[in-house]
Design a protein around this ligand. Structure first.
Ligand SMILES: Nc1ncnc2c1ncn2[C@@H]1O[C@H](COP(=O)(O)OP(=O)(O)OP(=O)(O)O)[C@@H](O)[C@H]1O
Ligand SMILES: Nc1ncnc2c1ncn2[C@@H]1O[C@H](COP(=O)(O)OP(=O)(O)OP(=O)(O)O)[C@@H](O)[C@H]1O
Ligand SMILES: [Mg+2]
Ligand SMILES: [Mg+2]
Lengths: 255, 255
C-alpha cells in the first residue's frame, strides 16, 4: 500500500511545488516507485517535470470530475520510477464544480484507491484551504508543510495546523502531520534565523532538522523542465532535498 | 469617485500584499485618502499595517456576507489618510458560502459603492482565481499584477491575463489592465534579467518601468507591523514603491 503525502500550505510561494518535485525525484532516484499528483491549477509541478502545457494530456481534473482511473492518466517523466498526473487548465473551474458533487471532499481519495504499484504518492496542493486542498488532505496519510523563512509565512502556520486538526476530526481520522520543513533559509540574513528559532520553539520535533537553503540553481531548474536534482545534482539545493528524503524515510520508519 | 484597483495574481508569494500595503502607504503619504480592502483570508495586509489578529474587528467577511457598510468596518492605521478593512478568519469559509448567493461575483462591488470620501481603494487578493478574487476583479476599475522575477511566476501570467479578459467580457466591462510590476528583481542573478526581458517582450508598455528590487528591509517590515515606507524610508524597497506610486498616478492621468 502506497504512503500518500500531501504537500500543503495556504501561504503562497513557500516552496510547495519545489518540494513536491524534488522530494519525489529523490525518492525515485533511490529506486522507489513514485506518483506525483498535480492538484494546483497553475500546473507548476507538471511544468517543472518537463510536461509543459502542450505535452500534457488529461489529468487531475478528469480524475476528480469524471472518475477516470489514475493508471490511464499517469504520464512518465524523464526520471525512472517517477510518474505524474498533470493539471489541466480546466482544474481552475473544479472548485465550483465540486461544491455540489457527492462525496466532494473524498473524490481524490476515492480515485487514488485504484493507484497500484506505487511506494509513494505525493500531492502538490494549491495555495488555499478550499476544496482542492481539502481533497488533498483527505486523500493523504500525512501532510508535509513547507515553511518559508519569512514573517508572513510563519503567521499563517497556526491556521493551517488548525485546519489539519479539523480534517483529522471530521473527514480523515488517519491524517498526521508528517512535519514542517524550513525553506529558502538564507544564512546571510537574521530574519531566517529568527523564523527558524520561532518555528522550532512552537512546533518542536515536528520541524525537520533538514533545512532547504535559498539557492539560485533551485529557481533556475524549472525553466529547463527539470528538478534541481538532475539539473545540478551537486548544488546546495539538490543536496538538501536528498537529505530531506532520507530524513523523511527515517521518520516514517520510526528511527 | 474613488479609483478602485485590484492587486491580483493567482501565483503565490509574488508580492501582492507587499505591493498593496506599500502602494497604499505611498499614496496616503502624498495626502490622498486611501482604503485598503484585505480580501485574503490569510490577513497579511491587515497584519502588515499593524492590525494583528487580536486588534481586528469585523471586516471583509461581514461586508461581503452581511452587507454591512464599509464606513462602519474601516479601521484607521498608523498612517494618516490610510484606512483598512481587515480580513477575519471566517473569510476562509466565504468561498463556499458565496457560491449559492445572489449576485455572488458582485458582492464586493455593491458594498464598495457606499465607500465615500476615498480617492483610491486598493484590494489585496488571495493567490487564486476563485470567487474571492473574482469579487475583487468585478469591483475594480483596473488590475495591477505583481510579477515575481521567477520562471513559475511568468508561466502563470497568460492564464491571469486571459481571466481578466473573461471578466471584462462577462462581468465588468470597465475593467482594464493597469499594468504589470516586476517584483523581487535581483540584479545579482541572470534569471531576473531573463524574466524581465521576456515580460517586456510579451506585454510591452503594460510592464511598468519601475521595478521593485529584492530588499531584506521589505521582508523585515511586516514583523514590526509597518510598511517598509515607514519602517525604513530610505531603503531601496521603500524608494521603489514611492516611484511606483508616482508612475501609476502618471499613467492614470495619461502622462
Ligand atoms: N530553495 C529555494 N531557493 C531559491 N528559490 C526557490 C527555492 N525554493 C523555491 N524557490 C523558488 O521560489 C518560487 C516559489 O516556489 P514554489 O513555486 O515552489 O512555491 P509554491 O508554494 O509551490 O507556490 P504556490 O503557492 O504559487 O503554489 C519559485 O519561483 C521557486 O523556483
Ligand atoms: N521586494 C521584496 N524584497 C524582499 N522580500 C520581499 C519583497 N516583496 C515581498 N517580499 C517577501 O516575500 C514574501 C511574499 O510576498 P507577499 O506575501 O507580499 O506575496 P503575496 O503575493 O501577497 O503572497 P500570497 O500569494 O501568499 O498572498 C513575503 O514574505 C514578503 O515579505
Ligand atoms: Mg506551487
Ligand atoms: Mg498576499
Amino acid at each position: 500500500q502506497a504512503k500518500t503525502l500531501a504537500i500543503a500550505n495556504q501561504k503562497g510561494g513557500v516552496g510547495k511545488t519545489t518540494t513536491a518535485i524534488n522530494l519525489a525525484t529523490a525518492l525515485a532516484l533511490q529506486g522507489r516507485r513514485v506518483l506525483l499528483v498535480d492538484l494546483d491549477p497553475q500546473g507548476n509541478a507538471s511544468t517543472g517535470l518537463g510536461l509543459d502545457r502542450r505535452r500534457r494530456g488529461v489529468g487531475t481534473y478528469t480524475m476528480l470530475l469524471d472518475g477516470i482511473a489514475p493508471a490511464t492518466l499517469a504520464q512518465s517523466t524523464g526520471i525512472t520510477g517517477l510518474d505524474v498526473i498533470s493539471a489541466e487548465p480546466d482544474l481552475a473551474g473544479a472548485e465550483v464544480e465540486l461544491v455540489s458533487m457527492d462525496r466532494r471532499e473524498y473524490r481524490l481519495r476515492d480515485s487514488l484507491e485504484a493507484a497500484d504499484g506505487y511506494d509513494h504518492i505525493l500531492i502538490d496542493c494549491p495555495p488555499s484551504l478550499t476544496l482542492l486542498t481539502l481533497n488533498g488532505l483527505v486523500a493523504a496519510g500525512s501532510v508535509l508543510v513547507p515553511l518559508q523563512c519569512e514573517f508572513f509565512a510563519l503567521e499563517g502556520i497556526s491556521q493551517l495546523v488548525h485546519t489539519i486538526e479539523l480534517v483529522k476530526q471530521s473527514l480523515n481520522p488517519g491524517l498526521a502531520l508528517q512535519g514542517i520543513v524550513l525553506t529558502m533559509f538564507d544564512r546571510r540574513n537574521n530574519l531566517s534565523d529568527l523564523i527558524a528559532a520561532d518555528a522550532r520553539s512552537f512546533f518542536g520535533a515536528s520541524v525537520y532538522d533538514t533545512m532547504i537553503p535559498r539557492n539560485i540553481r533551485v529557481s533556475e531548474a524549472p525553466s529547463h523542465g527539470k528538478p534541481v536534482l538532475t539539473y545540478d545534482k551537486s548544488s546546495a539545493g539538490a543536496l538538501a532535498y536528498v537529505q530531506l528524503a532520507a530524513e523523511m524515510l527515517a521518520r516514517q520508519s520510526g528511527v
